[in-house]
Design a binder for this molecule. Sequence first.
Ligand code: NAD
Ligand code: IPM
Ligand code: MN
Length: 361
Amino acid sequence: MTRNVLLLPGDGIGPEIAAQAARLLEACQKAGLDIEVEEALVGGSAYDAHGEPLPAATLDKAKAADAILLGAVGGPKWDSIEDLSKRPEKGLLGLRKNLGLFGNLRPALLYPQLADASSLKPELVSGLDIMIVRELTGGIYFGQPRGIEERNGERVGYNTYVYSESEIERIGRVAFEMAQKRSKKLCSVDKANVLEVTMLWREVMERLAPEYPDVELSHMYVDNAAMQLVRAPKQFDVVVTGNMFGDILSDAAAMLTGSIGMLPSASLNESGQGMYEPCHGSAPDIAGKNLANPLAMMLSVAMMLRYSLDENAMAERIENAVGKVLDDGLRTADLTADSASAIGTDAMGDAVLEAFARQSA
Ligand code: NAD
Ligand code: IPM
Ligand code: MN
């Protein structure tokens, strides 16, 4: 049966890395993958064309797709749009919320070849393999009330950090099940010494634990977790946390693996439909210069094959192709201090495609 993949390039470096993902999808088709690929607009590019960061046509296509691949959205060009509901980021948040993509998996995996690209000493990161499970459709990102308004002669801005027991429970189950498939260690990150919402978070995680007796559950405050991630990151295996803490910790974890340009992600809903995107943003500082590392995007294709299309062998082929390219010493500028030897986005895409083709032959 032909499956539908919706490609949403977005803004900034989004289209540059999406072009490499599109070529990779073509190579997968040649290798026997039965998919149809369609493209649509989201973010600033959708705002420019239709006045909306998430046009109804894009949302309809996303709902109908078996899987969605997204580049990145946002950029300074749109930062002054006064109607906050029209900002590019709202396109991404709208997709997550409308499709119910509550379970965000962000695997911070160090390719051994990149140990010296990490900002930490190689011995601290060698063998690093952390899975951050981030709640993606709740918490302070979506809580009501929110806004900026006049109070007592000055403006105040406010957001609401709220989680219901059922929201905590369902992300907790994703994390416990992930821990069961990995090293059976789960660390829940919260701020339960201060915030009631995360006291409840901790209580619900504790309540679930007896249902997963093979998993060892621990808890850590988020400030300590940030510190431990850069002190001794290998103590972590699966980490589960709320929307905002997960956003912050996953960028920090990304750097341990050499670059934010290496970290893919999957965002899953209750029916297994998924959206796949690199964890990084639209990188306006390097957009349009053929400098972006396309590997997080290409590894997001591998995650899509694994989690939504049930094509594990093809996913592995992509991951092995990335490993091969790194073995060969190929590096985009973010992965090396030696800028003279760095290759561009297109050349990195070429190299992965070649390695992929050699493996499938
Ligand atoms: P960013 O991730 O875009 O960039 C941070 C730094 O990392 C920059 O120096 C950038 O050049 C570098 N970088 C990021 N991806 C890279 C890649 N693939 N290869 C090489 N270098 C890379 O974060 P930011 O600067 O805080 O945000 C820029 C814009 O992106 C903002 O509008 C923000 O809202 C948006 N954003 C979007 C997403 C998303 O679409 N999922 C995620 C984060 C930020
Ligand atoms: C991410 C991004 C998004 C987030 C923004 C662009 C809405 O930083 O995917 O990590 O905060 O979730
Ligand atoms: Mn982020």
